[in-house]
Structures are given as structure tokens and as C-alpha cells.
Design a protein around this ligand. Structure first.
Ligand SMILES: Cc1ncc(COP(=O)(O)O)c(C=O)c1O
Length: 359
């Protein structure tokens, strides 16, 4: 009997942050850059309020959320598309632009989903070298050919926690050919305050060849509802609507997302919390002479390069103390782990535990 035969994809699967390791009791997940404080109580209330309506389809075009986003960020709601996570926006982007033989430039340690979607859409991933775990405009430009369709860049980037300055981002856009789409992933921008940094949305609001993506999974604490959005020219967004699944954002996500965006007090609290703890954890790691990114996001890439003890061993030792970090094997970053800033108890436990392992 011949069986239905799916196409073979030359793509590795995304390996998400582990929630458990060797059945430790009460594991503390610090492996997925989820929010330390969780969502706004108003978002949770909106989620609850909608529960009797889940037999009804959601809006097909996320119009209620788009209106709120347009108002908050002073942008045109017709240039916004919402997705089931910003992840879906990357998928739609690749589907919209890529044909076999096309090339997509991603940086050496850029967020791995860009490459995965590129390959799923049968195009070629071209890696641009980074310098000291930071993207380089010159290296990206060196990789441009006539086949380049898209350049993806997360700013700040996951998992490296480094970022390109406002000038570097503008310079990159200026020097890239105008027909190459630049995708700027703002997933972690809320956590970063620096004079030389500006979010993708602020920088490229008026551009027609940039797509900015944002997510509700990080500072908004709604990772489980899967909600993100993209902003680009009307032409690109219209074309995405043409191919998006009909009810791609669920009711709960829309209801919670609207309230999460409105609750600025909660977001400020989350930013303040993250700033406080990222500084604390950074100074502790520095005390142990560990190479780590500056506090720019809600996570740290901890590089144990010069330590005698390997990152695998440290992973296991931390796991035995219930702390689950992210291995960097899929990113091919040797001897490193990524730590997400957790709640107060988790952070204190981490500081104490890493101290006892490294002393
Ligand atoms: C840089 C970056 N972009 C996007 C995402 C995915 O976000 P979402 O949950 O909206 O799909 C992540 C998640 O870890 C990320 O690190």
C-alpha cells in the first residue's frame, strides 16, 4: 500500500524553553523570556468577562485591538495586522515574499524563527556574521545579492541581548536596496532605555519598505494567548490580509490584549521591576567575572567561556536546585546559558544558587 507522502522539509524544529528537567519538584521556568509579573489584572478580567462568548467566532480582522493600538502609538490602523503571536506575522511575511531561490539575511545569532520560516518557504538563509554577539550593518550589507528579499533583525536581539543604535538602524535601511524588506522585531523594546536606542516603530513609522513586529508575549505577559502584530505600508498589510487565516487571533487574546494595552500603569510597573532586577543580576554576574550582555531586556546571555565548569554542568546543577535555564545549543553558542529574569523569589534563588556553584 502506498501512503500519503508529506513533503520533506530541510528544517529543524524550534526547541522552546524547557518547563521541566529530570522531574525536579516545583521547577522554576526561566527559559522562555516570559513575563516575571504576569499580565495586567485588567487583561485577566477582560479574559474572564469574555468566557461566556467563546462559542462565537472572534473578529476576523482584530479591529477592536487595531483601533486601540493605532490610538496608543499614533499610527494608522489600516497599516496594522494582528497575528497569533508575532510568530504568525513572520510566517505570513515569508509566505508573502519568498519564492524558492530567494535569499533572506539573518544575523549569526539572530532569533531562530526567522530562519525556520525562511526554510519552510523554500528560500535560502544567509547568515551575516556578528561582532561580539552584536549584529553588524557592514556584515549584513556584505551578504546582499540580487536574490535578497528580506533582512530580519530583532532589536534588541534574543538571545544575545545586544542592539543596534538608532543611527545604525537608519544607516542599514538607507544602504539596503529599497526593494529589500527590512523586518524589525520590537519584541523586547519596552525593556530598553538608552539615549542611542529607538524602537523600530518610532524609527520607521513612515517607511513603506519596513515591517515592524511587536508581541504581547513579553512585557504584556500574554504569551499563552498568542498575540502579536505587524505594522508596514498599506500595500504590504493589505497583501497579508489576503493570505492570513480567517480568524487567526482568538477572542480571549483580543479581549485581554485591548485591556493590556490600555493599562499603562501596569506596564510601567513591569518596566521598573525589570530594570531593578536586571541591574542586580548583572552586577552579581559581573562579580563572578562572567561575560554577559548589558541589562537591555528581560534576559541575560550568560557566557561561561573562561570558567572551567561547562554550561551543561551548570545547567544541571541549577536544575537540581529547580532553576531551569535555556541551553544555547540550537543557537550554536558554545558554553552559554540564557536566563530569564523571574519573580523576586526566583531571582533571589538564582543569585544564591549561581553563587554556590561558581564559588
Ligand atoms: C525576538 C523575538 N521575537 C519574537 C518572539 C515570538 O513572540 P510571539 O510569542 O509573539 O510569537 C520571540 C519569543 O521568544 C522573540 O524572542
Amino acid at each position: 500500500m502506498t501512503l500519503p507522502k508529506p513533503i520533506k522539509f530541510r528544517v529543524e524544529r524550534y526547541i522552546g524553553g524547557l518547563s521541566q528537567f529530570k522531574k525536579v519538584d516545583n521547577p522554576i521556568k526561566l527559559s522562555a523570556n516570559e513575563s516575571a509579573l504576569g499580565p495586567s489584572p485588567k487583561a485577566i478580567q477582560a479574559f474572564e468577562n469574555d468566557k461566556n462568548k467563546i462559542f462565537k467566532y472572534p473578529e476576523s480582522d482584530s479591529s477592536s485591538l487595531r483601533e486601540v493600538l493605532a490610538e496608543k502609538f499614533n499610527i494608522d490602523s489600516k497599516r496594522i495586522i494582528c497575528g497569533s503571536g508575532s510568530d504568525q506575522i513572520f510566517d505570513l511575511t515569508c509566505r508573502l515574499f519568498l519564492e524558492p531561490e530567494d535569499e533572506v539575511i539573518v544575523t549569526e545569532f539572530g532569533f531562530i524563527m526567522y530562519g525556520i520560516y525562511t526554510l519552510q518557504h523554500k528560500a535560502k538563509v544567509v547568515l551575516a556574521k556578528e561582532k561580539n554577539f552584536k549584529a553588524s550593518v557592514d556584515e549584513i550589507l556584505k551578504k546582499v545579492t540580487n536574490k535578497t528579499k528580506i533582512v530580519f533583525i530583532a532589536n534588541p536581539n534574543n538571545p544575545t541581548g545586544t542592539y543596534l543604535s538608532k543611527d545604525e538602524m537608519l544607516n542599514l535601511r538607507k544602504r539596503l536596496k529599497s526593494n529589500i524588506l527590512m523586518v524589525v522585531d520590537d519584541a523586547y523594546f519596552e525593556f530598553l532605555y538608552s539615549d542611542d536606542f529607538t524602537s523600530g516603530l518610532e524609527l520607521f513609522k513612515d517607511f513603506t519598505n519596513v515591517l515592524v513586529t511587536r508581541t504581547f508575549s513579553k512585557i504584556y505577559g500574554l504569551a499563552g494567548l498568542r498575540l502579536g502584530w505587524g505594522y508596514s505600508s498599506k500595500e504590504i498589510i493589505d497583501a497579508m490580509y489576503q493570505i492570513k487565516p480567517p480568524f487567526n487571533v482568538n477572542r480571549a487574546a483580543l479581549a485581554a490584549g485591548v485591556e493590556a494595552i490600555k493599562d499603562e500603569g501596569w506596564i510601567n510597573k513591569a518596566i521598573e521591576y525589570n530594570t531593578l532586577w536586571s541591574k542586580k543580576i548583572f552586577s552579581v554576574l559581573k562579580e563572578y567575572n562572567i561575560k554577559v550582555n548589558e541589562p537591555t531586556t528581560n534576559f541575560f546571555l550568560i557566557n561561561f567561556g573562561e570558567k572551567k565548569i561547562s554550561s551543561d554542568k551548570i545547567f544541571e546543577k541549577l536544575a537540581s536546585k529547580r532553576l531551569i535555564l535555556r541551553k544555547m545549543t540550537q543557537y550554536k553558542i558554545p558554553n552559554a546559558l540564557r536566563l530569564t529574569i523571574g519573580n523576586k523569589k526566583a531571582n533571589e534563588h538564582f543569585i544564591q544558587s549561581i553563587g554556590s556553584i561558581l564559588k
